[in-house]
Write a protein that binds this ligand. Structure first.
Ligand code: ZN
Length: 136
């Protein structure tokens, strides 16, 4: 699999408006985008840190993946996302290496990325996303 960099780190928060001031006022980062991803039942806020982004995730549905995560574990790091070239091939390669994929085909994520999640059972407990920006 051809990983170029860490595309983003996903962090689960209860309320974006309560979390954003820490990133902006304390860390001095700038929130450049807030976007709802209906498919994943989340509202996201993005910050750039060099080539990598911080993606804050607020749940829009208690039964969605972030809603359940918050219920179980509370706020904190939710997933790490690697930028890859050729996401379809990367999924096939991961499966051939015995990695359990949550997504067997890419789907649309925030910012128009094509994304797929690896199951934390196969990744040492780290929910891992691979993503590709096909517009680049
Ligand atoms: Zn993500």
């Amino acid at each position: 699999m051809d990983i170029s960099h860490i595309e983003h780190i996903g962090i689960a928060v209860r309320k974006l408006e309560e979390a954003i001031p820490y990133y902006e006022k304390v860390l001095g980062l700038k929130c450049y985008s807030v976007e709802e991803v209906a498919d994943q039942k989340v509202k996201t806020a993005f910050f750039k840190v060099g080539q990598t982004k911080i993606e804050l995730l607020e749940s829009t549905d208690a039964e969605g993946p972030i809603g359940k995560f918050l219920e179980k574990k509370g706020e904190g790091v939710h997933h790490i996302a690697f930028a890859v070239k050729g996401i379809e091939g990367a999924i096939t390669e991961m499966e051939s290496q015995g990695v359990q994929m949550i997504d067997k085909a890419p789907r649309k994520g925030a910012e128009g990325l094509h994304i797929a999640f690896l199951h934390p059972k196969s990744t040492g407990g780290v929910l891992t996303e691979i993503c590709e920006d096909k517009n680049k």
